[in-house]
Design a protein around this ligand. Structure first.
Ligand code: ZN
Length: 432
């Protein structure tokens, strides 16, 4: 039974949210083929090379970033401290439509490199620069391949007259282009992402819902990030946002609702009944003043909730786990509202289920996506999981592996250094 390439021996690991000593897993075809106590696993594969991580290292699953717009790193600094509308219309919509496919490549290399250095091994990119076809999306995919991050490309569809021309497609073009991209990249998870109730028409939403049925893929959509969406939905459709989406066939177990902040209790019940998954983006919601997702209420209803870095001000699921826990404690005036173990789960296993990637735990059958933390930073009396959620910094991340392959070794790659130079040139050219 040894087409196993390697055994990973961990003096310390977090598995299923629990501390394990002398844990090992076998990597075959980029997947964890076997796992358990080192002595037991070693006996089954005694001629396979061992990669050992000693006492001062903690091995944990790579983090799952459930929602990102990587090009928004170009907005950092100069577009800060605005209302959501002014941030969107005068910064986001002014800059992103002017990016060439080459620009997208370099900017995405920078963002993906930052994510890997922060321990993020999977990212769902909600990608909306598609108005001219797939050239820009191809550049984003190339950036994921060259950096080694696991990519889910949620190909956005927009046809609202308020959206920039460079983002807009007809519903049939959007479906056709998404289908083409899926055929060209069978190894990348590509799903469809009608932007939102305000960015996509009813026709676009219905087309996307039909696409999901035909292609058996996921659907990502922004839902109720800001209060105005409820007013808009009531005016246009006579019902609340979630009921409108339900009417258009968008809500199913294949749907992922991004944000889901300004919802009634009845709307949350509908999301639960339709088995919709949710991604919350705590740091971005704070930065833009959006509001706070009722994560506790969602999870009590059985809704799976993942975490996203959205505006990528500082793409770090370490930060998002911590912020999610703090916000829920504050929202509920209860320090027990969301604990470290739950936050960690949202950043790993539950987040992976939401993103639809077979990762998030160091268990048999999972992708071999894992990161190596400096365990010397953890107080000897502290459970590791609490240290990771409440205290960990990006500097604790020493290495990252995706599919068993090392994609981050603690330093910037030559590609990342070049990409940062290019990003500075792009920023100067765009002349914010
Ligand atoms: Zn978003």
């Amino acid at each position: 039974v040894t087409n196993v390439a390697e055994l990973i021996h961990c003096a310390h690991a977090l598995v299923g949210g629990r501390e394990r000593r002398d844990y090992a897993f076998a990597v075959r075809d980029a997947t964890i083929a076997d796992a358990g106590d080192f002595a037991v696993v070693r006996a089954r594969y005694n001629d396979v090379p061992v990669r050992a991580f000693p006492e001062d290292r903690l091995i944990i699953p790579g983090f799952i970033n459930g929602h990102s717009h990587a090009y928004q790193i170009l907005l950092r600094g100069w577009a800060d401290d605005r209302s959501f509308e002014r941030w969107r219309d005068n910064a986001l919509y002014r800059v992103i439509p002017r990016l060439t496919a080459d620009d997208v490549y370099w900017v995405f290399v920078v963002a993906f490199s930052e994510m890997l250095a922060a321990g993020i091994t999977s990212v769902v990119e909600f990608f909306y620069l598609n108005g001219s076809g797939n050239a820009h999306a191809e550049a984003a995919i190339r950036a994921s391949e060259d950096t080694g991050i696991r990519l889910v490309l949620a190909r956005a569809c927009m046809d609202a007259p308020t959206a920039p021309e460079a983002f807009r497609e007809t519903a049939s073009d959007a479906a056709e282009h998404t289908r083409e991209l899926r055929l060209r990249h069978p190894n990348v998870q590509i799903c469809i992402a009608p932007h939102s109730l305000h960015g996509a028409s009813e026709a676009m939403l219905r087309t996307a819902a039909a696409f999901v049925e035909e292609e058996e893929c996921d659907l990502h959509i922004h839902v109720a990030e800001a209060p105005y969406e409820a007013a808009l939905s009531n005016e246009r459709f006579g019902v609340s946002p979630v009921l409108a989406l339900e009417r258009f066939g968008v809500l199913s177990e294949r749907a992922v609702a991004i944000h889901a902040i300004h919802l009634s209790e009845a709307e949350k019940d509908v999301l639960a009944r339709r088995r919709v998954r949710v991604v919350t983006n705590p740091a971005t919601n704070l930065y833009l003043g959006d509001g706070v997702t009722d994560v506790v209420g969602m999870r009590e209803r059985g809704i799976a909730v993942g975490l996203g870095t959205d505006a990528d001000l500082k793409p770090s699921i370490l930060d998002e786990m911590r912020t999610a826990a703090y916000l829920q404690k504050l929202r509920n005036s209860n320090g027990a509202a969301l604990d470290a173990g739950t936050a960690f789960l949202m950043g790993t296993k539950e987040g992976a289920a939401v993103a639809g990637v077979p990762a998030g735990d160091l268990a048999t059958g999972m992708a071999a996506d894992f990161i190596i933390l400096d365990r010397r930073e953890i107080d000897p009396w502290s459970p590791s999981i609490n240290a990771v959620v409440y205290r960990a910094e990006r500097s604790w991340v020493r290495e990252a592996f995706v599919g068993g392959r090392k994609v981050y070794d603690g330093a910037s790659s030559a590609l990342e250094i070049e990409a940062r130079k290019q990003a500075a040139i792009i920023a100067a050219r765009l002349n914010f």
